[in-house]
Design a protein around this ligand. Structure first.
Ligand code: ATP
Length: 459
């Protein structure tokens, strides 16, 4: 089944039923476009983050990790240009009183990028061509710019002097610490600094479930390199990012690479490639890889008291490094993984099953141990504990028929089911069932870990 033929509402209901995602603040009527992650959702998210960290930090010996704060000195956002430029063009339809992103309307209708148009040109085009939109007649306002940063204040006095912002990206927290990290870790160019953390954007049109929310999490790497080696590093990280996505088990037909045209590039970027994913609601950006040049370090050098720079001993020169940034949203990636893995499989003429064909390393539970009857609970729980102690996330289910329990585990993506039965006490063996093939094998209890490691994709 293709992603575009999958039913988003069915997927959302499934995620609620099985404890992946809940509407946030539900008992108070919810908060629009805000979602909480349940016990299975957080296990999936942790596995996604673990894998990103392994691929972008641990296995890249030149890269290190970091964790900066959500609220930074507001001069950071002045220097980075976010205070002036981080705004979306907003247009309102006076008939239905709804607000829209003007660029999105244009792009949706023409299938062309709008960045070469001025606000006035965009506004005129919409006024002339879009007489009906979103099931409503239209009477458009002027385009206004709306800064996406959430404002807050620190301390007891709420003065404009104290105006602070929730970060809209994690990257700036890394840039402003460039000297600290480079010196403390004695890093030689090129090297990367990566971080996973929350970002906040007061999006004009959030929606499509967790695709676009106002609070979300990002995984960003800022890879600092010599200015004349930026293009190689950029190519390397485009390829690496694509492989990272595919290694998570996402089908290659579900993604495509989109290179930004010159007139579409952000003001700080020399080149950008988006990795797009086909969601049930259409293609959307999943991950972006940008060559940010020396824009950010230079911007901070202009406004701060300390210069961010690198002394290259070999050439005896001071350098402002170029930055390659692969950036991906955790929530959006989780949605892509869920959509891609969700399927309804016909077993025979009258029976079907819902299955989340998650890659082994992402499964919230790798294994579920099922005692055939409740009297075997104790022995089964011992197996569960043993596997959990060995870092194989395992749960336990003793209620309902074995067939129903298998279905439940298929529906949450559990890779292996282990059934403890009447013979297990005698032959020290259990039956292990594979989620995808439904094939079962009898194996010795002391060989479970070897069996799982041999037959699962643990990379
Ligand atoms: P978009 O065009 O979808 O608004 P963007 O180009 O502004 O995204 P970036 O600033 O490049 O996004 O952010 C990097 C990544 O962070 C995106 O590829 C996406 O995965 C994620 N992301 C950005 N905004 C949101 C959001 N509002 N909700 C969830 N994830 C987001």
């Amino acid at each position: 089944m293709k992603n575009k033929d999958k039913d988003m509402n069915e997927i959302i209901n499934h995620l609620k039923t099985f404890g992946f995602v809940f509407q946030s603040s539900e008992i108070y009527g919810g908060l629009s476009n805000t979602w909480d992650y349940g016990p299975l959702g957080i296990l999936l998210i942790n596995n996604i983050k673990k894998n990103w960290w392994k691929k972008f930090i641990t296995l890249e010996s030149k890269n290190v990790g970091f964790d900066s704060k959500v609220i930074l000195n507001s001069k950071v956002w002045q220097s980075s240009g976010h205070l002036q430029n981080f705004a979306d063009p907003l247009i309102e339809n006076k008939i239905n009183n709804k607000r829209y992103r003007a660029d999105h309307i244009y792009e949706e209708i023409t299938n062309q990028n709008s960045s070469s148009l001025t606000d006035k040109e965009l506004e005129n085009w919409i006024k002339e061509n879009v007489k009906e939109y979103d099931n409503s007649k239209t009477d458009w306002t002027e385009i206004k710019h709306f800064n996406l940063m959430f404002k807050t204040a620190q301390g007891v006095v709420e003065q404009t002097k104290n105006q602070l912002y929730l970060r809209p990206e994690t990257a700036q927290g890394i840039f402003i610490n460039f000297n600290n990290v480079q010196r403390a870790m004695r890093l030689k160019l090129p090297f990367g600094i990566g971080q996973i953390g929350k970002s906040f954007r007061n999006e004009v049109t959030p929606g499509n479930f967790i695709f676009r929310t106002r609070e979300f999490e990002q995984m960003e790497l800022e890879y600092f390199t010599f200015p004349n080696d930026d293009e190689n590093a950029y190519k390397y990280y485009v390829e690496k990012s694509k492989n990272f996505i595919l290694d998570l088990g996402i089908n290659k037909e579900s993604i495509r690479l989109r290179i930004h045209s010159e007139d579409e590039l952000a003001h700080y970027a020399k080149a950008t490639t988006d990795i797009e994913f086909e969601f049930p609601f259409g293609w959307g950006e999943l991950m972006g890889i940008a060559n940010r040049t020396d824009f950010d370090l230079k911007a901070h050098n202009k406004f701060s008291d300390i210069e961010l720079k690198y002394f290259d001993q070999e050439s005896n020169q001071t350098i402002i490094p170029y930055v390659i940034e692969p950036s991906v949203g955790v929530d959006r990636l989780m949605l892509a993984i869920i959509v891609d893995s969700f399927c309804i499989e016909q077993i025979d003429q009258k029976d079907s099953r819902i299955i989340m064909k998650l890659d082994y390393k992402l499964c919230p539970y790798k294994v579920c141990v099922l005692p055939l009857v409740k009297a075997q609970s104790l022995q089964s729980k011992k197996i569960m504990e043993y596997l959990n102690e060995n870092d194989i996330e395992t749960n336990f289910d003793e209620s309902g028929s074995i067939g129903k329990r298998y279905r439940r585990q298929d529906a949450i993506g559990t890779f292996w089911c282990i059934t403890y039965d009447y013979d297990s006490d005698i032959d020290n063996s259990v039956t292990i069932r594979n989620r995808d093939t439904m094939k079962q094998e009898r194996i010795k209890i002391d060989q479970i870990i070897d069996y799982i490691n041999k037959n699962s994709n643990t990379k």
